[in-house]
Design a protein around this ligand. Structure first.
Ligand code: COA
Length: 723
């Protein structure tokens, strides 16, 4: 109660400070705000004792992890590979062997550190990865299509969005975000909130061999804060606190209009330096050191690195916009010819507002997980829905100082670097093969009625799709949150279980002659195995983080690399051809990301009550993959799984029985897979001229759209490749 009153008072004060006239009044109000903040911090401190009391990430027993490793890999290896792996693993785990030594060191690390795997994991997952951030690392949230009637509308939308982001930042500064509690499996435990506090305060600094995640220390007194607005590849400093006063939405619109006018001036345009940030990390680190030779550039870089976030005012892409093209544009901005230079990929939060209504957020991933990004983005969209823009007319002329354009001194060397970055980005643009599909036949409610976990069911469907496309199972990554623990990020649910393989074979290989009841049993067994693994992962007992910890510790101790990490199975296990993640939303939007290996798929899904949004990505350069084909086969598999459930549950419920018969007539596809082998028993061969056309849904304008409208790895040998 006290806490909520304090928050309200703090928000009220920040608004009131905006309207204070004299400097004296403003200083007085800031002193009040300072005291309230202190009280809030104290209250938050007491409240967050629960969160601080979060347990440390447990360390699984060595034997359990090694046994599970063998179990996970057996069906992904040839017999010969597996026999060798079994031998290597036994040697590693033998009493008095290397494994025991490393495990004892890991136990010491667990005792000393808040989270024994966090640093290792961060470097392995992100900071060591040399691949360019767009597509390969930075996920995006795609907003509902906006319908801007005039250029001013997109600026109004941006002003409204910034206003919401500043309000959210006020909550963060006051440490006023309520502690979250787990939902779904093992619901109810408090979650670590640490990632939220990096949303607007961190920066991924490129390095020649490894990047650094720089975090600004939070300060109690408000500092002059600014955001960077990118417009026509130019970068502008938009101060959001002027004379101790936080700008309101009308001020923000005034400033954005000035920026748009300044960006229009062709004579003053500077080269698209942002393109450099879209390059490989080593290339960008080198270009940055060239830029740093000039003091003008150093100042500009400093302003960008210290900003709260970017707002990218994009030109219209000229493409026909549907879910797939909007996801694609959000992932790579269309290359240098479109908005590719209108980005700064090192910054965690880049809000994109396209003149053609293509809007969303691009996120640098090392600082936080997609779920945190979703929570923040949903807050902003709800803020915009809940407080429709007041800016009916254009903003009045204000005395605010004009935003500052960031200057760049460009030598011929820099021009050459820009040309190479543009070329490399264009290759990435040409290579991305996206397909976003809204599966409308059913959603998680149908699955829950089958008394199955929706997440596990969708994972089994993804296994079925891959097997039907390629005739084999592959190492699969599914992110599992470990925020139940201090500094928890994610571990991996290895969804390519032996049980899933048995099911997908039965559903695909007609010659096995499995009947429906047997298939249903296999489906249940696959779902049960997947659910059990999920529980292991979310309780910190999965194997990937543990194996990573053992490997990194051996490296740190300068030991000769143990055989287990040189073994082919270790490479295969970390080559995640299927990189999957559930990113659910409560507001209409969806998440997309790229594949993590050249011959892989990125498969992100957003389960809703009566539909599921899938965002599937792959690379055109791989002759083995095709996103549209994968989606088509995935949809077919989901229909087949539903039919199987309906057929097998018919006996128990007469209504469902009738439904089942109707559905059976409707699809009748199960037999298709039984009567003939998979369409392509080995890998897919592409036919780029005539890609199979699968539903590309362009949903009609939704409530959310209407309301948000304003008035008019390919990594080094053994590092992991995953999402
Ligand atoms: N019968 C009926 N209902 C069931 C069920 C069953 N056998 N099993 C689960 N359900 C219900 C759950 O109670 C839950 O209900 P709710 O919607 O009312 O909350 C719902 O189905 C969803 O549960 P489930 O499908 O099992 O998944 P989950 O929500 O527990 O999610 C993970 C599982 C692994 C995705 C989740 O734990 C996680 O880690 N999420 C984070 C992923 C992430 O980090 N993504 C971003 C990476 S950048």
């Amino acid at each position: 109660m006290i806490y909520h009153t304090l928050i309200k008072y703090s928000l009220f004060l920040s608004q009131f400070t905006n309207s204070a006239n004299s400097c004296c009044q403003q200083v007085q109000l800031h002193l009040y705000a300072f005291k309230i903040r202190k009280m809030l911090e104290l209250t938050q401190f007491c409240m967050s004792r629960t969160a601080q009391a979060l347990p440390k990430l447990p360390l699984p027993a060595l034997r359990d992890t090694l046994e599970m490793y063998l179990r996970c890999m057996k069906h992904l290896l040839t017999e010969e590979q597996f026999n060798k792996t079994q031998h290597v693993v036994q040697k590693f785990g033998a009493p008095g062997g290397v494994g025991e030594l490393l495990q004892s060191k890991l136990m010491e690390r667990r005792d000393k550190q808040a989270n024994w795997v966090y640093d290792y994991w961060l470097k392995d997952m992100y900071l060591n990865n040399r691949l360019a951030l767009p597509i390969n690392s930075s996920p995006v949230m795609v907003f509902p299509q906006q319908h801007f009637k005039a250029p001013i509308d997109s600026l109004r939308f941006a002003a409204h969005l910034i206003s919401g982001a500043l309000e959210y930042k006020t909550l963060l500064d006051a440490h006023a975000l309520p502690v979250e509690y787990a939902r779904g499996q093992l619901a109810g435990t408090p979650l670590c909130m640490e990632q939220y506090y990096r949303l607007f305060t961190s920066y991924r600094l490129p390095g020649p061999e490894r990047d650094t995640l720089v975090a600004q220390e939070s300060s109690v007194m408000p500092e002059p804060e600014h955001i960077i607005v990118a417009c026509k590849n130019q970068f502008f400093v938009l101060d959001v606190v002027i004379n101790f006063r936080r700008l309101n939405e009308r001020d923000l619109l005034t400033q954005l209009e000035k920026i748009a006018r300044m960006a229009d001036s062709k004579e003053e345009r500077l080269p698209p330096i942002g393109l450099l940030t879209s390059d490989g990390r080593t290339e960008w680190a080198e270009s940055r050191s060239v830029l740093m030779r000039e003091s003008t550039n150093r100042d500009s870089l400093d302003m960008i690195e210290r900003c709260l976030c970017l707002v990218c005012l994009d030109d219209a892409s000229g493409l026909e916009l549907n879910d797939t093209t909007r996801a694609t544009l959000m992932l790579h901005a269309g290359g240098a010819a479109k908005n590719g230079g209108n980005r700064w990929y090192d910054k965690p939060m880049q809000f994109v507002v396209g003149a053609d209504g293509c809007c969303g957020v691009v996120c640098e991933h090392s600082a936080f997980e997609g779920i945190v990004l979703v929570q923040c983005t949903e807050y902003l969209l709800k803020y915009m829905m809940g407080s429709p823009s007041k800016l009916v007319r254009a903003a009045s002329v204000s005395e605010l100082p004009a935003p500052r354009r960031l200057r760049w001194k460009c030598t011929p060397d820099i021009h050459k670097l820009l040309a190479s970055s543009a070329d490399r980005l264009q290759r990435e643009v040409n290579n991305l093969d996206m397909n976003v599909h809204k599966f409308n036949d059913y959603g998680k409610e149908f699955i829950k009625k089958q008394k199955m976990s929706p997440d596990a069911y969708i994972q089994v469907a993804l296994q079925l799709a891959y097997y039907r496309c390629h005739g084999r199972p592959v190492s699969t990554y599914e992110s599992a949150s470990i925020r139940r623990f201090q500094q928890g990020r994610v571990d991996n649910i290895r969804s390519a279980t032996a049980e899933a393989l048995a099911f997908v074979r039965a559903m695909t290989d007609g010659k096995l002659g499995t009947n429906d009841a047997e298939k249903m049993e296999m489906l249940q067994s696959a779902i049960s195995a997947q659910t059990k693994y999920t529980i292991l992962a979310i309780t910190g007992m999965a194997i990937d983080n543990h194996i990573l910890g053992l490997r990194e510790l051996a490296h740190e101790l300068k030991m000769e690399k143990p055989e287990i990490f040189k073994d082919e199975a270790h490479l295969i296990s970390n080559h995640f051809i299927l990189s999957t993640s559930q990113v659910p939303t409560t507001v209409e939007m969806f998440c997309s990301y790229g594949p993590v290996v050249p011959n892989g798929y990125g498969a992100c899904y957003n389960p809703q009550s009566d539909h599921i949004i899938f965002s599937v990505s792959s690379f055109h350069e791989s002759s083995q993959t095709c996103s549209a084909e994968f989606v088509k086969i995935l949809v077919q598999g989901l229909l087949d799984m539903r039919d199987l459930c309906n057929k097998c549950n018919r006996g128990s419920n007469p209504t469902e029985q009738r439904q089942g018969q109707k559905l059976e007539r409707h699809t009748q596809t199960d037999t298709k897979w039984q009567s003939k082998p998979p369409a392509r028993p080995t890998d897919l061969t592409k036919n780029r001229q005539t890609p199979p056309q699968v539903l590309l849904t362009t949903p009609g304008q939704t409530k959310a759209e209407a309301q948000t409208q304003t008035s008019s790895e390919e990594s080094d040998g053994d590092s992991k490749e995953r999402k």
